[in-house]
Design a protein around this ligand. Sequence first.
Ligand code: IPM
Ligand code: MG
Length: 365
Amino acid sequence: MQSDRKYDIAVIYGDGIGPEVCAATVEVLKAATGAKQPLNFIEYPGGAGAYLKTGKALPDETYAGCLNADAILHGAAGLPNAVYADGTEVGMDFGLVLRAKLDLYANIRYSKLYPGTTSHLRYAKPGDIDYVVLRENVEGLYASRGGGVVLRDVAATDTLVVTREGTERIARMAFELARKRNGAPADGKRRVTVCDKANVLRSYAFFRKVCAGVAKEYPDVEVEYTYVDALSAFLVTRPSHYDVIVAENMFGDIISDLAAATVGGLGISPTAELGDTRGYFQAAHGSAPDIAGQGIANPLGTILSGVLMLEWLSEKHGDAYLAQVAGKIRNVIEKLLADGAVLTRDLGGTATTKEVTNAICSALK
Ligand code: IPM
Ligand code: MG
């Protein structure tokens, strides 16, 4: 019944390699949905390029388009030379402002080692790494962006914000996520690891305390508490132990890149950023201006983000067709990686963005 529904997807191509990886994703999504074409892609400007033209990284028309859309797909934002007087990048105000305005409080990054991808960890084999970093996405240290103080050019401060409400909802999502998964690869245990620095800062001790309160509602899921510095080492030495990791915004930003490096890199790491009713999807990588325009960027991170978008839409609207399409694309990508024939440079191959995209599209047909 639902399967004839159409979905408006706001597409923001953005800066650097953003347009290349985003175009690849739209092409794959179109190829995967054949004659049916349930997705209606609507393009909007955003990022550093948009700022240079209009004075806003998130133009009003783009924000309105995002509000009206069923989901938002993004390439990447940011250009190193487009900076404010304080030295911070203007392009960041696309995603950061969107997160805040749409209350996209959960940043979900899956790290799974696929057959065919070589981990930078010498001993890791496919199946050994399969965990999620769940990053609180609207508070923490980054909540302070634009609100810090620079004092007479001799000192600067930013403030870390942790609220009970913000922590409870992200903790609850972590436990719910763990319930749906199959547990950690090492021992099959459903486990939530709370990542903090509770031994040093009150805000992190509070984060831990609130998470512990939520944990009581989930006696079927194991909970543990690990300091971010130790966790960084453990993600390298015993990644199989992890299932779901919940972290404050900045810590989640950092450990999710570390996590990506252990499963083949940022080039294949997707992200879903969710609120209670809205979804924003982009790869974990940035705009990589050093390789922009060369046609060599790995589009898989964004394409897999498109897959997460289909899965989220499917669940939200009870649309089984979209889940089926998502599964199809996922299988094609897993096979492509396992065969190792069409890999971009970051994965040790020589394929271009176009070659990867074409390989996926033709396998979908
Ligand atoms: C990410 C990025 C962003 C962040 C930047 C581009 C604002 O690093 O999504 O991880 O810091 O959140
Ligand atoms: Mg990041």
